[in-house]
Design a protein around this ligand. Structure first.
Ligand SMILES: Nc1ncnc2c1ncn2[C@@H]1O[C@H](COP(=O)(O)OP(=O)(O)O)[C@@H](O)[C@H]1O
Ligand SMILES: [Mg+2]
Length: 261
């Protein structure tokens, strides 16, 4: 029996950015020859230091950056931008402020993805907003507050509600807990884990923090200089990371006390 089609696949993906003025361009290789697949209901963790290519890879996965070579498949088909227009893809960033307009009540920002996709009935929309706020552990009354009136953790919950309101089938969390206090981080990690189990979307969880990544991921890819140096199950990773670079990352958390998770 063949295994089910992965939600997302990359084959030999590479990205080269061109910087500088025409005629004096410098090519910067951000990603080289990455192969990956993420199944429905699976979270792939991406760890690596700043500049290793994690965000670039996420942007390819979301169809926002065209790979210089290689291919991207979504649910077995060559990537079609219509999946993005339909709301099948979502992203949660490090700074929830990017997803929440400071001049609008939070509920307006949460509902916006439905408005732009033509959902007309105001009552249905508001019902969905209330449902999503409950899902992310927020009091429904916060829909009428402005982002500036919320704590950092509440804002990130709000951004997650906005990301999930179209019921995406693939979600990227790009350093989504990195700016939060340690105690709030673990709450948001628990929330991500619960929502992923409940909704069953495929996910890419990006962090420079291996402990956080291990907590929410089924498999972990370690990135360095635009390539994967190791891909293994989170459990395997816990026991014995193989690559020396992974071991070094691991050693930095093994020595930590009072870890977030
Ligand atoms: N828009 C861009 N134009 C040119 N170079 C970029 C751009 N975005 C990222 N880079 C470069 O690509 C490399 C990978 O960056 P990035 O994917 O943001 O890594 P990470 O998310 O792991 O920090 C870095 O060297 C970065 O400077
Ligand atoms: Mg990044």
């Amino acid at each position: 029996m063949s295994s089910p089609t992965p939600t997302l696949e990359m084959r030999g993906v590479g990205v080269t950015y061109r910087k500088g003025l025409i005629g004096r361009q410098v090519a910067a290789v951000a990603v080289t020859r990455v192969d990956l697949s993420i199944a429905r209901g699976e979270t792939l963790g991406l760890v690596g230091e700043s500049g290793s290519g994690k965000t670039t890879l996420a942007r390819v996965a979301l169809g926002l950056v065209e790979p210089t070579h290689g291919s991207l498949l979504f649910e077995g088909q060559s990537f079609d931008p219509k999946v993005r227009r339909e709301g099948a893809l979502a992203v949660v960033f490090q700074h929830p402020e990017w997803a929440l307009n400071p001049r609008l009540k939070c509920g307006t920002s949460v509902v916006e993805p439905l408005v732009v996709r033509g959902m007309r009935d105001r009552r249905d929309r508001n019902d969905l907003v209330q449902k999503m706020l409950a899902e992310v552990g927020l009091d429904g009354a916060l829909a009428d507050r402005f982002p500036g009136e919320l704590s950092g953790g509440q804002r990130q919950r709000m951004a997650i509600a906005r990301a999930l309101i179209t019921q995406p089938r693939f979600v990227v969390f790009d350093e989504a807990v990195s700016a939060l206090d340690v105690s709030v981080q673990s709450q948001i990690l628990n929330l991500i884990r619960r929502l992923q189990g409940e909704y069953g979307f495929a996910a890419m969880f990006i962090s420079h923090d291996l402990a956080a990544t291990r907590y929410v991921s089924h498999r972990i890819a370690v990135m360095r200089n635009g390539a994967f140096v190791e891909v293994a199950s989170a459990r395997k990773f816990y026991d014995q990371p193989e690559h020396p670079y992974s071991q070094a990352l691991y050693a930095t958390i093994a020595g930590e006390t009072g870890s977030a998770v």
